[in-house]
Design a protein around this ligand. Structure first.
Ligand code: UDP
Ligand code: MG
Length: 140
């Protein structure tokens, strides 16, 4: 079943630092996804903690929060048929060392920690995360 969805994608600080913002956007747009929100931000710690609340208490959590606070982040809302699953596939798996060539992580990263992009995992996360990063009126 195809469904029109919106999802949150972040270009994490390593992706911004390495000049990969345009490349990441290009890959999603080429796939057929439409940009409906876009901004560059230095997030507050509280915002990052809310975004990654599901990982609170895990061994990598503190380092993950510090990583998201280490530089500007590009946040985008993307819309399309089955956008959530499609974006995850275009990103590649979490551990970039295992990510297939041709995916963003598989082409631009090697580690499980610094892996260039975030993408919402499911519909519930997407709607929660979009509300964390975008205020009312910030999406078209
Ligand atoms: N992460 C990490 N160590 C781990 C697992 C995850 O540093 O063992 C980081 C990594 O940056 C990952 C993020 O935490 O992208 C969120 O983890 P999740 O399992 O939700 O992966 P994702 O949804 O980003 O693929
Ligand atoms: Mg996740």
């Amino acid at each position: 079943m195809s469904k029109l969805e919106r999802t949150l994608i972040l270009v994490k600080p390593d992706g911004v630092e390495r000049g990969l913002v345009g490349e990441v956007i290009r890959r999603f747009e080429s796939r057929g996804l439409r940009l409906c929100g876009l901004k560059i931000v230095r997030p507050e710690k509280a915002l990052v903690e809310t975004h990654y609340a599901e990982h609170a208490g895990k061994p990598f959590y503190d380092a993950l929060v510090d990583y998201l606070l280490s530089g500007p982040v590009v946040a985008m809302a993307l819309e399309g048929e089955n956008a959530i699953k499609a974006c995850r596939a275009t990103m590649g798996v979490t551990n970039a060392a295992d990510a297939a060539p041709g995916t963003i992580r598989g082409d631009y990263a090697l580690s499980i920690e610094k892996n260039i992009v975030h993408g919402s995992a499911d519909a519930e996360s997407a709607s929660r995360e979009l509300a964390v990063w975008f205020g009312a009126g910030e999406m078209v």
